[in-house]
Unconditional design. Structure first.
Length: 156
């Protein structure tokens, strides 16, 4: 591994052990100059090299599929971004189409986690302006051009 890369248990690899390889089948992580840690697919991996949200997002998707509250919701994709007026990105964990045709950005939080101040600010901008346009190849490839509203799903 190169200096600055970390293995799956979050240990920083230094130049002295640059030849160390993770076990077969494990993901490689890299710490970027902005101090963020990303996995080999470019996903944010927290400060420890654990991709946040994945178990929670899976639980939330199951909730959307089975809970009568979400009857008629169609899951369109995951990790779709919008850009606020000042250019700040906001990524939604899940994007769904509601029975009324509106596109909803779903934020998933586990345990006692809450939305950050930045997430709340962009969510308020989206709600106050009737939505925000999406950005990025993933949104384009999924055919998602606009997010109309937001919802929060809490999971254990």
């Amino acid at each position: 591994m190169k200096s600055g890369e970390i293995d799956t248990v979050g240990q920083t690899k230094t130049a002295g052990n640059a030849g160390t390889k993770p076990k077969t089948g494990t993901n490689q992580y890299k710490q970027h100059p902005d101090a963020s840690i990303r996995d080999s697919k470019g996903r944010f991996a927290g400060k420890t090299g654990t991709v946040p949200g994945t178990p929670g997002v899976n639980k939330a998707m199951e909730t959307i599929k089975t809970d009568p509250k979400y009857k008629g919701y169609e899951i369109l994709d995951t990790e779709i971004s919008v850009k606020s007026r000042d250019g700040t990105l906001r990524r939604y964990d899940i994007v769904c189409k509601k029975p009324d045709g509106k596109i909803v950005g779903v934020e998933v939080k586990s345990g006692s986690a809450t939305r950050t101040a930045q997430q709340r600010a962009i969510d308020n901008e989206l709600l106050n302006n009737g939505g925000l346009s999406t950005t990025g190849a993933k949104a384009r490839n999924a055919g998602i051009e606009w997010i109309d509203t937001t919802e929060l799903i809490k999971v254990d």
